[in-house]
Every structure is written in structure tokens, then in C-alpha cells.
Design a binder for this molecule. Sequence first.
Ligand code: 1GP
Length: 247
Amino acid sequence: MLSKFLQQAVQGNSASVALLVDPSSQVEEGMSCLVKGVEEGWVDAVFYGGSLRTHSEEEVQWNSLRQRIQVPIFAFPSNALQVHPTADGLLHLSLVSGRNPDYLVGRHVEAAIYLDELGIEIVPTAYLLIDGGKVSTTSYITNTLPIPRDKVEVAYATALAGVQLGMKAIYLEAGSGADKVVPINMVKALSSKLDVPIIVGGGIRSAEQMQALSQAGADVLVIGNAFEENPFQVIDDLRTFKCAVKA
Ligand code: 1GP
């Protein structure tokens, strides 16, 4: 289901949108907005995951998502051992922008047999952390440096290496709650040269940013913090973004 979702995203006129639900946060407040966003066609998928797991009622949260929304829920975990058994697919992230073996392959070894037993669809994904204007949780936790914003060639070579190693998607990550989204010229450069779906996330807070990233060639936009903070505003922005494309 995940590769089909990505394939459809590539074929669409504009970027698909995934809302990121972090297990460490209470989603209940935004749930009705999420349901509305899905029903009205503004939200195409849910990505589920985060760097920390502190929510004791995670199973309740997962079941509630499952019952109330009709779009796929894909696992987007910092550790694949955290994948929910009924997830519709796994973005299996390898942090190729960093040089920390744990996040390049170590965690993957630990989770390999578990994932095999789950039988979940896995999409190997090159995860590139790009400087989003402040130190991100990912950078801190993984002890890796993001790619500087002006190093488009470095980002391209990194993503290309991922593709050459067999990865089926690229995730350009400015970091959760980033001050600045991934640079538009970087998205443009990578999307024009690489033949794999490009997922972009981190700091997306407005319809204008969605529009600009989509026009630059992003296939999937991931929105987390903004939705947690003001779900009504995000649904409005998604409506603006998606309606502008249709017009
Ligand atoms: C984080 O890219 C996602 O992994 C989403 O970022 O929370 O800033 O929207 P935000």
C-alpha cells in the first residue's frame, strides 16, 4: 500500500499530504479536524512516529485513528522496533546525511527479524536531515549534523547515493518544528534529477509553503507541529493549497 501511495503521489498534479501523528502527543484534540480533513479530501495519509515515546495510551490512540479515518497509516518511526503491527507500511529510514552507524543500519539490524515476522510492506527510504534554522531533535538524538542549506550538491550526491544503494524514496527533513522549510532550490534540484518519490517535511506552516514545495517537485508533504498547534488553521491551509491546484 505504501509504494502505491508514493506512486500515486508522484503521478498527481500536486503534492500529496500526510499529517504526522506523534505517539508522544495527545491527538484527541485534533482528531475531529483530522477526520474532517480526510473526509473532505485534504489529507491523503497519516504518518505515525516520533523520536520519543511517552504516551501511555498509544494503543488507544492507534485504534481511534484506525476507526475514525479512512486513509492509510504509515509507520514513520525513529526505531523500527516501534512499528505498530497493523501499520499499512513502513518508511524504513536510513539517515544517509549522517555518519552514525546506528541510524544508517544498526537499528535496522535490531528490527530486521521483527519486521520480517510482521510481514509489513517496507519502503527503504534515504533520510536526509537538512538545516532548518535551529538544532532539531533528530540532529540531537542521532548526534549527526544536518546538511547546510546552501549545499545543494551535497544533498543531491547524498540522495543519489541512497538511490544507488537501492532506496526507493527520499525524505528531505528540515526537522520537526524547523524555523525554515527545506530550501525550494534544493527540492527543485533533487526532484528534477532523481526518479524516486520525494517526501518533504519540517516546519511547514502555510499554504504558500505547501504550494512552493509542491511546485518545486515535492511528491509528499509531511505536516506535524503546525497541526498539533492549530489543527483548524492547517485544514484551512490545506483547503487553500488543494483548491488552488484544482483551479
Ligand atoms: C518531522 O517532517 C516532520 O519529522 C514534520 O515536521 O512537525 O515541523 O511539521 P513538523
